[in-house]
Write a protein of this length. Structure first.
Lengths: 251, 281
């Protein structure tokens, strides 16, 4: 595995029953880059990143994260590895029964056990300030709007200083203005925390704003890989349908 | 958590068994599938129990969440348990008093009510009430956490959801349900005293001394032990159903519903086993 490769996925296959969701996918995430994985709903994007953090077990193939084979890690080693990976869920996945502060405290208390309460409070303040929601500290998730929930979820993802962040549809369900704000935040986080990120999306505007490199997944296979320019200039019907439809919406 | 997936597949037609062709009807196949599903579900349930045990004795016990659950299960069930316990004692007295009076045995009333409350009525009724309130609550809460990916979020936060969500709830239910039953037993005897005073005049101290005078350790200890098992079963079934809920919102309702049905059924079965064991002592 190349030193610059943070994540390496080799010949990944995953299915549910008779339905094949991911079929022989191989890809790499390099240090410091934002890799956008595009694809229609049901193309296997979310399954791919859930396999990377081993929320789902692949049927075949190998996933190496920071040089470690994820499939061979025991529970403790997997826990250690997950401390280095932040995961932003599509739904936000904020804990309903906890306040915003407790939501941010939860991973910190478990991932960084040597931190004092003062250090934890400081880190929570910093993370909330970064997403611009310092006032929401004592609010319950039910009191937050969709965009605010996403930002708090983002704050919870970055609070434990991960070196890799996996974003699962970060802008889904948000209005265009809030989507843009989230895209800006993703770029800010990449610069400030020097993270390597994989962004799963079907939002072309988010892809345009954040991508250093793109991969298109279609029917569980990699359909196209390259930079934004290659995708924009592509005359392929599927790629065009993604990019041109979105351009039309914007005009 | 690893899950057992059904692997038994039955071909519709099995040929050449002792040179004869045996045709299996769709109805038989359907029954086989039900049996297969039942066995798979049972295996998964026991696997879940073993995971819960393993997580209970692992390091980093979640004390804060455990006390929160004790508060949720114990303190927040008090109004329901109080009303139920009091009314059960009251009704038991109103119903049995005329018969006892006919036999001239009305002085036996406090002892009889106390024994039936402590040995059977209190534990079973309160366990069934708790199966409804606590079991469904756990099923629905954990089910919705599963649907909204909160359990997955815990998993990727290096937290063990079994330890944080399941162990704390199961232990809290195991601890609090016996306490609730004892409390309900006391209120039941209080209700019985109130019932006895509708058509009579019995002093509080006389009624209670007669009631507790008839109770022996053999009445109290087996009943208390079975409430510990009732609590554990309610907790574990509620958590299992929530934890294994499907992905849609409909599955949250199904998880809550099946948690109540299964927990109630297991409480009744455990009560039967406890009665048999007590009978042998």
């Amino acid at each position: 595995m190349n030193e610059n490769q943070i994540i390496e996925v080799k010949n990944l296959k995953k299915g549910f029953g008779s339905q094949k969701v991911i079929n022989n996918v191989s890809l790499q995430l390099f240090k410091g880059e934002n890799l956008v994985v595009l694809g229609k709903s049901g193309s296997g994007k979310s399954v791919l990143i859930k396999c990377i953090v081993r929320l789902l077990t692949p049927d075949e193939g190998e996933i190496n994260v920071l040089g470690e084979d994820m499939g061979s890690l025991n529970r403790d080693a997997l826990g250690e590895m997950r401390r280095k990976i932040g995961f932003l869920f599509q739904s936000g996945a904020l804990y309903d029964s906890m306040t915003v502060k407790q939501n941010l405290e939860f991973p910190l208390r478990r991932m960084k056990k040597n931190l004092t309460t003062k250090d934890i409070d400081k880190k929570i303040d910093e993370a909330l300030e970064h997403v611009g929601l310092k006032d929401a500290l004592n609010k319950m998730p039910s009191q937050l709007s969709g965009g605010m929930r996403k930002r708090i979820s983002l704050a919870r993802t970055i609070v434990a200083d991960p070196s890799i962040i996996l974003y699962d549809e970060p802008t889904t369900g948000l209005d265009p203005a809030t989507s843009d704000e989230i895209s800006v935040l993703i770029n800010d986080i990449q610069k400030k925390y020097k993270t390597s990120s994989m962004i799963i999306t079907h939002d072309i505007e988010c892809a345009r704003a954040t991508a250093n490199r793109l991969i298109m997944l279609h029917e569980g296979e990699i359909y196209m890989e390259g930079d934004l320019e290659k995708f924009e200039k592509s005359t392929d019907t599927l790629i065009e349908s993604f990019f041109k439809n979105n351009n039309n919406k914007n005009t | 958590m690893k899950k057992i997936i059904p692997v038994l597949k039955v071909a519709p037609i099995i040929r050449n068994v002792k040179n004869r062709t045996i045709v299996i009807s769709e109805k038989t196949l359907e029954k086989t599938r039900y049996f297969n599903d039942f066995m798979t579900e049972t295996a998964n349930f026991f696997l879940f129990i073993s995971h819960t045990f393993k997580a209970t004795f692992s390091r980093d016990f979640e004390f804060r969440e455990f006390f929160r659950q004790c508060f949720q299960i114990g303190y927040k069930s008090l109004p329901l348990v109080s009303i139920t316990g009091f009314i059960v004692g009251l009704v038991l007295t109103i119903q049995t008093r005329p018969t006892l009076v006919n036999f001239g045995a009305d002085s036996m009333l406090p002892g009889m009510v106390a024994i039936s409350l402590i040995r059977e009525m209190g534990p079973v009724i309160i366990a069934l009430i708790c199966a409804g309130k606590i079991g469904s609550g756990m099923g629905a809460e954990l089910g919705s956490m599963k649907v909204t990916e909160q359990i997955d979020a815990m998993e990727v936060s290096s937290a063990n959801p079994m330890r944080f969500l399941v162990v704390t709830r199961v232990l809290a239910a195991t601890l609090m349900i016996p306490v609730l039953v004892l409390y309900a037993d006391f209120l039941g005897i209080l209700g019985s005293w109130a019932g006895a005073n509708i058509k009579g005049d019995v002093s509080f101290s006389l009624f209670f001394s007669q009631a507790f005078g008839k109770i022996d350790y053999i009445d109290f200890i087996p009943a208390f032990i079975k409430t510990i098992f009732f609590g554990a079963v309610i907790g574990i079934v509620g958590c299992y159903k929530g934890f294994t809920a499907g992905r849609g919102t409909e599955s949250v309702g199904i998880a809550a519903n099946t948690a109540v049905v299964l927990a109630s059924l297991l409480v009744i079965i455990l009560d039967l086993i406890a009665a048999q064991i007590t009978d042998m002592i």
